[in-house]
Design a protein around this ligand. Structure first.
Ligand code: HEC
Ligand code: HEC
Ligand code: HEC
Ligand code: HEC
Length: 461
C-alpha cells in the first residue's frame, strides 16, 4: 500500500476483487424529486446520488465538487472502490467460510457482518431506493440524505445548513475519525466489532490510519472553493495526529465493555504475535523472542496491550501538546502496569487514559502543525527512544504508515519537494516490506528500515 503504491502494508489490503456492485444508475434526483418533509435521517440509497447531473459524471468536471464521486466509489481496480464491494465480498467463499465457522447463517444476511459491510439502518429509515447490496454506500459515511437530498445542491445551500439537516461533517477530522473507526476498529453498534472470535474464524486483521486511508478512498479536491465553502482543511499531519488520538480513545473505551464473554478481555486488544508464535522448549535453537520495551513495563509472559496508537500519540504530544505529554506518558505506563496486575484497576486506568486521549484529539484539532514540528515528530517517531518501542508488529506497521503520511505532510508544507520525497521512497518501501507479513516480522529489521528513512530525510536539508 502507501500512496501511489499498489501493494498493501499487509498483504490482505490489496486482495484483488474484480467484482463491482452492479448498480442501476437511476435518473438524477433533479428529474425525480423525493418528498422531503419528515425524511430527516432516512437513507435514500446510492442510486439517489447517481445521475450525470449529480455524482456519477464520467469525468471529474463538476464546478463545485468533482461530481464523479460515485465512479471513484465503484472503481473496480483500486482501494478507492473497496466500499462498493463490501457487501459483495460477503457472498464469496472466504466470507462463507467465516460465517460457517461462526454458525451465523449466510454472511450476506448476518447482522454480525452487515454491521460493517453495508449500511444496515432500521427498516423505517430505508428509502425506496435503498439497497443493502450497495455495501458501504454514500450515506454510511455522509449520513442519511433524507433531510438534505433536495436542498444540498440548490442555490444558496451551505455546508453548515447541510450539516444541520443531517449531513455528517466529514471534513472535521474528529468527526471523520469517529465514523471510520466504527467499522475500521469498532463502534457502539451491537455487532460493530472485529472480535478475536471473528479473527479466529478467518476475518482479516484490521489496520487503520486516518490520513492514509482517507487518501486511498479520496473522491474530493481540497481547492479554493472547498475553503470558500467553509469546510475544515486539516492537512495530513493534523489528520494523522487526531486520528491516532481518536483511535486510542476508541480502543480504550471499548476495552471495558468488549469482552470475549469468558474470563478474559477480548484478545483482539493485545499484540497478536505475543500469543501466536511457535515455541518448543525442547528445541535447543529456540530462544524467547519477546524484547524488553521501555514504554511498556510488564513482566515477561504477560500479554502486551497493543500500544501502536500510544507510541504515535506520545511522539506527537511531545511536540504539539507538551502540556499533556507528561500526563499521557505516565498514564500509559500505569495502564500497562495495571493490566499485568489487576483487571479492575486496569479498567479505571483505561478510562483515565481515554480521557487524556480525548484531550489530545481536541488539542491537535486546534493546533496548526508547523514544518519544524512535522519534522520533529517525524524524527522523534522513527529514531531515538521512541524507536526502541517498536518491539511488535502493530506498532511497527503504524510507524511505517505514519512515516508515509508525515512525509506527505512535509511535501504539503513545503519543507521538502516532490523530487526529494521520491528519493526517500526506496527506504520507505523497504520499511513497508519489513511489515508486510506479520508472521515474518523481525523487529530489528523494521527498526533499521525506519531509521534509514529518518536519516535520509535528515540528509535532505
Ligand atoms: C460502514 C462501515 C465502514 C465505514 C463507516 C468506513 N469503512 Fe472503510 N471499509 C469498510 C469495509 C467493510 C472495507 C473492506 C471492503 C472490502 O475489502 O471488500 C473497507 C475498506 C476500506 C478501504 C480499502 C482498504 C483496503 O485494504 O483495500 C479504505 C481505504 C477505507 N475503507 C477507508 C475508509 C475511511 C477513510 C473511512 C471514513 C471516512 C471509512 N473507510 C469508513 C467499512 C467501512
Ligand atoms: C467492525 C466491522 C466489521 C465487521 C463486524 C465485519 N467486518 Fe469484515 N472487514 C471489515 C473491514 C474494515 C475490512 C477491511 C480490512 C482492511 O482491509 O483494512 C474487512 C474485510 C473483510 C474481508 C476481506 C475482504 C477483502 O476484500 O479481501 C472479508 C472476507 C470479511 N471482511 C468478511 C466478514 C464477515 C464474513 C463478517 C461477519 C462474520 C465480517 N467481515 C464482519 C470490517 C468488519
Ligand atoms: C467511506 C466513507 C465515504 C463514502 C462511502 C463516501 N464518501 Fe464522500 N467523502 C468522504 C470523505 C471523508 C470526504 C472528504 C470530507 C468532506 O469534504 O466531507 C468526502 C467528500 C465527498 C464530496 C466532496 C465534498 C466537498 O465539499 O467537496 C462529495 C461530493 C462526496 N463525498 C460524495 C459522495 C458520494 C456521492 C458517495 C457515494 C457514491 C460518497 N461520497 C461515498 C467519505 C465517504
Ligand atoms: C492472549 C493470547 C492471544 C492473543 C493476544 C491473540 N490470540 Fe488468537 N488465539 C488465542 C487462543 C488461545 C486461540 C485458540 C487456539 C486454539 O483453538 O487452539 C486463538 C486462536 C486464533 C486464531 C485461530 C487459529 C486456528 O488455527 O484456528 C486466529 C486466526 C487468531 N487467534 C488470530 C489472532 C489475531 C489476529 C490476534 C491479534 C489481533 C490474536 N489472535 C491475538 C490466543 C490469543
Amino acid at each position: 500500500m502507501g500512496r501511489g503504491h499498489a501493494n498493501g502494508v499487509i498483504g490482505f489490503l490489496c486482495a484483488a476483487l474484480a467484482a463491482v456492485v452492479a448498480l442501476s444508475l437511476a435518473p438524477s434526483v433533479l428529474a425525480d424529486p423525493e418528498p422531503v418533509a419528515g425524511r430527516a435521517g432516512v437513507h435514500e440509497g446510492v442510486a439517489t446520488c447517481a445521475g450525470s447531473t449529480c455524482h456519477s459524471r464520467p469525468v471529474a468536471s463538476g464546478l463545485v465538487v468533482r461530481q464523479n464521486e460515485l465512479i471513484t466509489w465503484q472503481d473496480p481496480h483500486t482501494e478507492a472502490g473497496a466500499h462498493s464491494r463490501a457487501w459483495k465480498v460477503l457472498t464469496q467463499p472466504r466470507a462463507e467460510a467465516i460465517a460457517k465457522r461462526l454458525d451465523i447463517g449466510p454472511a450476506e444476511k448476518a447482522p454480525a457482518c452487515l454491521a460493517c459491510h453495508a449500511d444496515p439502518v432500521a427498516a423505517g429509515q430505508r428509502g425506496a431506493r435503498f439497497q443493502i447490496s450497495d455495501g458501504v454506500g454514500c450515506e454510511a459515511c455522509h449520513g442519511g440524505a433524507g433531510g438534505w437530498i433536495a436542498s444540498h445542491y440548490a442555490v444558496g445551500a451551505t455546508h453548515a445548513a447541510n450539516v444541520e439537516r443531517g449531513m455528517i461533517a466529514l471534513d472535521d477530522p474528529k468527526t471523520r475519525a469517529a465514523r471510520c473507526l466504527d467499522c475500521h476498529f469498532g463502534g457502539s453498534g451491537e455487532h460493530q466489532f472485529v472480535s478475536h472470535r471473528l479473527m479466529a474464524a478467518g476475518h482479516p486483521q484490521i489496520s487503520f490510519e486516518l490520513d492514509l486511508f482517507t487518501s486511498l478512498q479520496k473522491h474530493h479536491d481540497i481547492d479554493a472553493d472547498y475553503s470558500a465553502r467553509h469546510k475544515v482543511i486539516a492537512g495530513p499531519v493534523k489528520t494523522w495526529a487526531v486520528g491516532q488520538a481518536m483511535a486510542l480513545d476508541r480502543t480504550l473505551t471499548l476495552y471495558g465493555p468488549r469482552h470475549t464473554g469468558g474470563a478474559f478481555p477480548d484478545f483482539v486488544f493485545f499484540d497478536c504475535q505475543s500469543c501466536h508464535r511457535t515455541f518448543s522448549s525442547d528445541d535447543p535453537k529456540w530462544r524467547p523472542v519477546s524484547e524488553p520495551n521501555p514504554g511498556r513495563p510488564i513482566p515477561v509472559g504477560a500479554p502486551p496491550f497493543n500500544d501502536a496508537n500510544m507510541i504515535m500519540l506520545s511522539a506527537a504530544a511531545k511536540v504539539a501538546a507538551p502540556a499533556l505529554a507528561g500526563r499521557f506518558e505516565t498514564e500509559s505506563r500505569d495502564f500497562h502496569q495495571a493490566l499485568a496486575q489487576n483487571g479492575g484497576v486496569a479498567a479505571a486506568k483505561a478510562t483515565a487514559l481515554a480521557a487524556t486521549s480525548k484531550s489530545l484529539a481536541d488539542a491537535f484539532a486546534r493546533h496548526d502543525f508547523s514544518r519544524a514540528e512535522t519534522l520533529a515528530i517525524f524524527q522523534g517517531l522513527l529514531s531515538g527512544e521512541t524507536a526502541k518501542r517498536y518491539t511488535d508488529y502493530t506498532g511497527a506497521s503504524q510507524a511505517v504508515m505514519a512515516a508515509d503520511t508525515l512525509l506527505n505532510g512535509l511535501v504539503a508544507e513545503g519543507a521538502i519537494d516532490r523530487a526529494q520525497a521520491a528519493r526517500v521512497r526506496p527506504d520507505l518501501d523497504r520499511a513497508y516490506s519489513a511489515v508486510r507479513d506479520p508472521n515474518a516480522f523481525h523487529p530489528a529489521e523494521a527498526r533499521a528500515a525506519l531509521l534509514a528513512v529518518a536519516e535520509k530525510v535528515r540528509g535532505l536539508k
